[in-house]
Design a binder for this molecule. Structure first.
Ligand code: SF4
Length: 496
């Protein structure tokens, strides 16, 4: 044990939620408040996680990683729900907060707030609420150190005044698995901690150095790898090396999520492209992927994927069949994955993300998408797809091609969410896409996606909320209410 200083870990309320066991509802936290009454919205999209004496039964995966590293290094650390901080914060020396999107500048929040214009996204609102809470302010006055990290930490670099206004001592940008202990030691020992700590390439952990979570993650999310070989220019992930976890490491993290009968409620396999698990290029490794599916299914009735690529799906239809044979059974009727389609225009894809189509040719992108979507649906994979609107240099002709692609997907079971371009990755010097910049043809694309989303959300709702239990039935009523509200708003604006 290093010393007995108490380190608390938390995140804002939108992240410390299991979204009723439906990870996709987490998308709702990027919607601005005031669309429907806030308490109803909160109830639907980010219910409070159950706690035992303020300790959440599940916590965001990134926070669990930091918790694991600090436990391994002998710190006195507790992960606490943000709404129960007051029970512990008076004894704490350091508060670490993991944030996804602190100012709501991520692609989905910035798009929703620019389109709906009703206020701040919930995720940003609750981050601010957390820092401005009475208990945090009081603890800060007596010397609490506050460290913020997580995927959205980069945003804080653009507003250093926010740090001083809210008592943030240090922001860690990048994979903090290795450096966190060093920074905490500096904070405890009263040394000077840098306002911004950029994780250097030599501090990025190898697979063996990535700590293994010891307590349950939200909805059983388990990382199976980091990094991506496709190298899209707008993506931050490309800055990190590719690393795949071996199966025994994954199994130990699954076990952190199982209860007494050795079963987990659900497992979400997380990687930028789950189908490329164990592969060093863009060709799926059938044996490794099916072994991974078998491993996950051994511990749960519900396996789903965080992300996959449409090119990898199209590249190996046989593998998709094998995955479906393993995943789908009497207890599981479908599974989901987020898939970036980005654009229907090979021209602009070639400029910014030629690797998206590998091992195929990017010139054939619309056909690859259609083939991949057919294979996905045939095997009961229901994708949640994203598009980027306003890529640098996007022309009307590019948008028309994207509209054609979306229209071609009319009969495929999927959701398609258009997101405004955010300058990240190698494109940080480009301009943000603002709602005032939207052209008529881009508006048309948004409307087509909205109609597609409303149609398929309605079709899919009863499947998503298995109607066997009462709370699911109630949830689907609430979601129907939300879809109707969106439809009313869109029709009032003359959009549909
Ligand atoms: S495929 Fe996805 S994760 Fe990989 S570089 Fe492109 S956007 Fe990033």
């Amino acid at each position: 044990m290093i010393d007995m200083s108490l380190i608390l870990l938390t995140s804002d309320e939108t992240l410390m939620s299991n979204h009723h066991g439906k990870e996709f509802l987490g998308f709702g936290t990027s919607v601005p408040h005031n669309v429907i009454p806030d308490p109803i919205f909160k109830l639907i999209f980010f219910n409070r996680i159950p706690t035992k004496k303020g300790i959440p039964i599940q916590a965001p995966y990134g926070l669990r990683k930091i918790e694991a590293k600090l436990l391994d290094d002998g710190f006195n650390v507790l992960t606490v729900a943000p709404f129960r901080l007051k029970n512990y914060i008076h004894d704490a020396d350091v508060l670490c907060i993991s944030e996804m999107d602190p100012f709501g500048w991520g692609p989905s929040s910035s798009t929703f707030s620019k389109v709906l214009k009703t206020g701040k996204p919930f995720v940003a609102l609750y981050f601010q609420k957390l820092l401005e809470s009475k208990e945090v302010r009081k603890a800060k006055k007596r010397g609490l150190k506050i460290i913020v990290g997580g995927p959205g930490a980069w945003q804080l670099k653009h507003k250093p005044e926010f740090l001083s206004d809210h008592g943030i001592d240090c922001v860690v940008v990048g994979e903090g698995d290795i450096v966190v202990s060093k920074i905490i030691k500096m904070a405890i020992n009263g040394g000077k901690i840098p306002q911004f700590y950029d994780v250097q390439p030599e501090e990025v952990p190898s697979v063996d150095e990535i700590p293994e979570i010891k307590n349950p993650s939200i909805n059983g999310l388990i990382e199976v790898g980091r990094g991506c070989v496709r190298r899209c220019k707008f993506c931050e992930v490309t800055k990190r090396p590719l690393r795949w976890y071996p199966l025994d490491k994954i199994e130990r993290e699954i076990k952190a999520n199982t209860t007494k009968n050795d079963r987990a409620e659900s497992i979400i396999l997380h990687a930028e492209d789950v189908l490329l698990y164990g592969s060093k290029n863009t060709i799926p490794n059938r044996e490794k992927v099916t072994d991974l599916m078998r491993l996950a299914k051994r511990y749960t009735d519900s396996v789903t994927w965080s992300h996959a690529s449409i090119a990898a799906i199209a590249a190996d239809p046989k593998l998709m069949e094998e995955c479906s044979d393993i995943i789908i059974d009497d207890n599981q009727k479908w599974w989901g994955a987020e898939i970036g389609l980005e654009s229907g225009s090979p021209r602009i894809m070639k400029k910014t993300m030629a690797g998206k189509a590998h091992p195929f040719n990017i010139d054939d992108w619309p056909e690859i998408v259609k083939d991949g979507m057919g294979i996905a649906n045939d095997n009961k994979l229901i994708p949640a797809c994203t598009l980027i609107v306003g890529l640098p240099g996007e022309t009307d002709d590019d948008v028309i091609k994207t509209i054609e692609m979306v229209e071609d997907l009319r009969d495929y079971s999927c959701i398609i969410v258009p997101l405004f371009f955010v300058p990240l990755g190698q494109l940080t010097k480009e301009n943000w896409f603002e709602s005032e910049m939207i052209t008529d043809i881009q508006k048309e694309l948004l409307i087509i996606c909205l109609k597609h989303g409303i149609k398929w959300s309605r079709e899919f709702l009863d499947n998503y909320f298995d109607q066997k239990n009462l709370s699911n039935k109630i949830m689907s009523v609430f979601i129907k209410f939300f879809i109707n509200a969106i439809e009313r708003k869109a029709s009032k604006e003359g959009l549909i």
